[in-house]
Design a binder for this molecule. Structure first.
Ligand code: G
Ligand code: G
Ligand code: NA
Ligand code: MN
Length: 254
């Protein structure tokens, strides 16, 4: 309860920050997308990671306000970067389970787009597999309502959820993000490599784009490229960065 009060205060005191991590094209290394990742800049404790914030915000319901703040801040920032650096830069924002199920979520997304001027096709919402499986019928209706806005949808951490492939067939998603646990062993674990290969084949069959997550070495990037994965994200390219550091990146990428 004390933490809940602290988080509410932090939101009022504007202690949250949005960090940005690039998603690059594995063909030419250019930045295509930025993923927005929240951080709490605590005045004494320093940078508090989302693993300490999101679960509590989720439990208390504060995630609705916090998530909306991230969405609006990131849409505004990327709209500005499109004007200044790269007009086809796109933005990925994570939606938690509770955000996804919230009755007003479609309207909230629409408001963030309207207020920032960001075009719907420039925004992708990342939803984990686990959140989608919960109530398939309601999920499909909600995903369709989001698609009607014109935004794109990604399944985050793909492969570690329950992976009912018959649902995948019905979900109107655009992108699969391969969970980083499979990328870690891609060079030396034949099972990891087989899983990655299968996800890419599945994505091809469904005409989805695919992103490898958690790429830390050139060799991992090379393997993914050889298997036909179009996009990659990870420390090899850049960690999540504050907006001003990210601008240096965009400057160089121009
Ligand atoms: O940035 P980091 O890898 O520490 O993030 C850890 C987890 O927190 C990730 O699974 C990510 O999806 C989640 N997360 C980060 N930022 C946000 C956010 O703005 N909204 C939601 N719902 N989850 C986030
Ligand atoms: O669950 P989600 O994919 O949204 O989580 C993104 C998180 O993954 C971010 O918090 C980020 O800090 C972390 N991350 C990004 N790139 C790498 C990487 O190359 N290695 C590891 N271990 N974590 C990463
Ligand atoms: Na994500
Ligand atoms: Mn992910």
């Amino acid at each position: 309860l004390e933490v809940e009060i602290e988080l509410r205060q932090a939101l009022e005191l504007q202690e949250f920050r949005v960090y940005y991590q690039p998603v690059v094209s594995l063909d030419d290394g250019r930045i295509c997308t930025v993923e927005a990742l929240i951080r709490w800049q605590h005045p004494r404790r320093g940078l508090v990671p989302p693993s300490r914030v999101i679960p509590i915000a989720e439990e208390t319901g504060l995630i609705i306000e916090l998530g909306q703040w991230v969405l609006e801040e990131a849409c505004r920032q990327v709209s500005d970067w499109q004007r200044r650096y790269q007009e086809n830069l796109s933005l990925n924002v994570n939606l938690s389970a509770r955000q996804f199920r919230h009755a007003e979520i479609v309207n909230n997304i629409s408001v963030a787009l309207h207020n920032s001027g960001l075009k719907p096709f420039s925004l992708t919402l990342e939803i984990t597999e686990g959140n989608l499986i919960h109530d398939p019928m309601e999920t499909i209706a909600k995903l369709r309502a989001m698609k009607k806005l014109g935004v794109r949808l990604a399944i985050d951490d793909f492969g570690i959820g329950y992976s009912n492939l018959s649902y995948l067939k019905q979900f109107p998603v655009d992108i699969l993000k391969i969970d980083r646990s499979f990328i870690r062993g891609i060079e030396w674990d034949p099972h990891d490599k087989a899983i990655v290969r299968s996800v890419i084949a599945l994505a091809d069959a469904f005409e989805l784009s695919v992103t490898g997550e958690g790429i830390e070495t050139e060799e991992q990037a090379a393997q993914l490229r050889a298997l036909g994965c179009n996009h990659g994200q990870g420390y090899l390219f850049a960690p999540p960065l504050p907006a001003d550091s990210f601008e240096t990146f965009l400057e160089k990428d121009r």
